[in-house]
Design a protein around this ligand. Structure first.
Ligand code: GDP
Length: 361
């Protein structure tokens, strides 16, 4: 299961957001979602495409893909030197697949800001500096070894050294590792380094309740220069909504003009940054389920996500794009219109495919 880490300066609204997300998780899905530890929760990723597929095929229950969410405290000035909970913080953030950065954009004079001002871009820069320094330290450590090994002129060693040199220069310019491709001749180098700033980042501007759900323009511009994305939430409002009965919360959301719940907006957006492909399986009277696999997964390998027997005895996959199926109104109609195809073991699964595997048990 993939992991998302929520980070931010103290009082940015991380815990409020984490609470809202984990409570909404319990509303969205008909099966229990647990808070594993006080700051770790497994949450579903609501997917309206799967809802529609389930309706057309009379499948139930609807089982979304899940992701682990971690509220990671300890990002303060000096964290990269181990200040505050710095070391623990860095160890935790290295383990996640995507990072949600909460920056304060709400005013609330009763909530102190560590630097006594509200400035989302300055906060983003402070956070990035800490993470860039943490990466830079690692790069320098590895670079020493890589330089020694590259003296052998062995191809992978040279490629790794050159890549680390380029990365060092990039981080020193204040740019994230994201965007620098891993070296072709040393494909393991990037994984071994585990740079924090190479991970996908979603910036969440925590805005005043009642204001438009849009991140401040200067933050959007800043984030675009980093190759990342920004959205807005009001964490306090979402935490309050999550306290209400589901029906009441739903009505409130409608009144507020929120078309999606906070889980879809935040977790859905962060999940999409992981570049996974989601396919669906669904059968009348049985469950409809979403499965996330890496882009480039072939049909036979995808079958393993459903059952290992299906991979072993794989014969073929029947495939229809979710929107084609919904437009056709039934599998039969999709087949008649030639929207449902039979594909072999090496078919590259696409995002939004509805798959049925034929296999010999
Ligand atoms: P953390 O330190 O980042 O985990 O921040 P918390 O979620 O604990 O929030 C710190 C304080 O800010 C709490 O008193 C929250 O109620 C308040 N807060 C968080 N989000 C908002 C918001 O969107 N608007 C307002 N007015 N207050 C907020």
């Amino acid at each position: 299961m993939k992991r998302i880490g929520i980070v931010g300066l103290p009082n940015a609204g991380k815990s409020s957001l984490f609470r809202a997300l984990s409570r909404q998780a319990a509303e969205v899905a008909p099966y229990p979602f647990t808070t594993v530890e006080p700051n770790v929760a497994v949450v579903p990723i609501p997917d309206p495409r799967l809802d529609q597929v389930a309706r057309v095929l009379n499948a139930s229950p609807v089982v979304y893909e899940t992701i682990e969410l971690r509220d990671i405290a300890g990002l303060v000035r000096g964290a990269h030197r181990g200040e505050g909970l710095g070391n623990r913080f860095l160890a935790q953030i290295r383990e996640v697949d995507a990072v949600v950065v909460v920056v304060r954009a709400f005013s609330a004079p009763d909530v102190p800001h560590p630097d006594g001002r509200v400035d989302p871009v300055a906060d983003a820069e402070l956070l990035e500096t800490e993470l860039l320094f943490a990466d830079l330290e690692r790069v320098e450590e590895r670079l020493e070894r890589a330089r020694r090994r590259a003296r052998s002129l062995e191809r992978a060693a040279v490629a790794e050294r050159d890549w680390l040199e380029a990365l060092k220069a990039r981080l020193e310019r204040g740019q994230p590792a994201r965007g620098l491709e891993p070296p072709e001749d040393a494909p393991q180098a990037a994984r071994e380094l585990g740079a924090i700033t190479a991970k996908p980042f979603l910036y969440v501007a925590n805005v005043d309740e009642g204001s438009a759900l849009e991140p401040p323009a200067e933050l959007v511009a800043h984030v675009a220069r980093r190759g990342a994305h920004a959205i807005a939430v009001s964490a306090r409002l979402e935490a309050e909504l999550a306290e209400l009965e589901p029906a009441e919360a739903e009505a409130m959301r409608r009144d507020l003009g929120f078309s999606e719940g906070v889980l879809e907006r935040v977790v859905g957006a962060a999940f999409r940054l992981l570049g996974l492909v989601v396919f669906f399986t669904a059968h009348e009277g049985a469950e409809a389920r979403a499965h996330a696999v890496p882009a480039g997964t072939v049909a036979r390998r995808a079958a393993r996500e459903v059952h290992s027997d299906m991979e072993r005895g794989f014969v073929a996959a029947e495939v229809v794009a979710w929107n084609d199926l919904v437009a056709a109104g039934s599998l039969q109609a999709a087949r008649e219109r030639a929207l449902l195809r039979t594909e072999g073991r090496d078919y590259l699964v696409r995002d939004g495919d509805v798959l049925r595997f034929r296999f010999t048990p």
